[in-house]
Design a protein. Sequence first.
Length: 163
Amino acid sequence: MDHLARHRRSREAEARARVAEQRARIGRDVHDVVAHSVSLMVVQAEAGEAQLAHDHPSSECLRAIQRVGRSTLTELRTVLGALADDRDRISAGSSTEGPGLRDVHLLAADLAEAGLHVDLRVEGDLGTIAGAVDVAAYRILQEALTNALRHSPGAPESRLVSG
């Protein structure tokens, strides 16, 4: 019986190792596909801005692209880091980095810059919200505000916002 238990534990350890390896591969693939493309977009926006006068109407739009791109890269690193974290931390749902409700003022400012009128009112202590719930609430608010911008009256079809 002891032999069977050791064999079962060994198979479970091998399965966990395969899952960890697959997560690492997915993380590398996502990084290659998304992070490099977003980095290239930021560099192109910087190059475009450098060719314009500082007060040119398109300059602020290009700076907004740069800010959103850099923010996206930071969030992507956080998400990809979770793929590489130990399984106990992931299963506990904790998050030590990344966006949360404490960052809603930045989200509101980004969307206001893009043309959405946002009135933000925060009540209560945001520091008491559990990590996974905090991130989920932020993502829900981010998606809702992005959709509001996309579908607002007079929204130009070319206006893109990270969502």
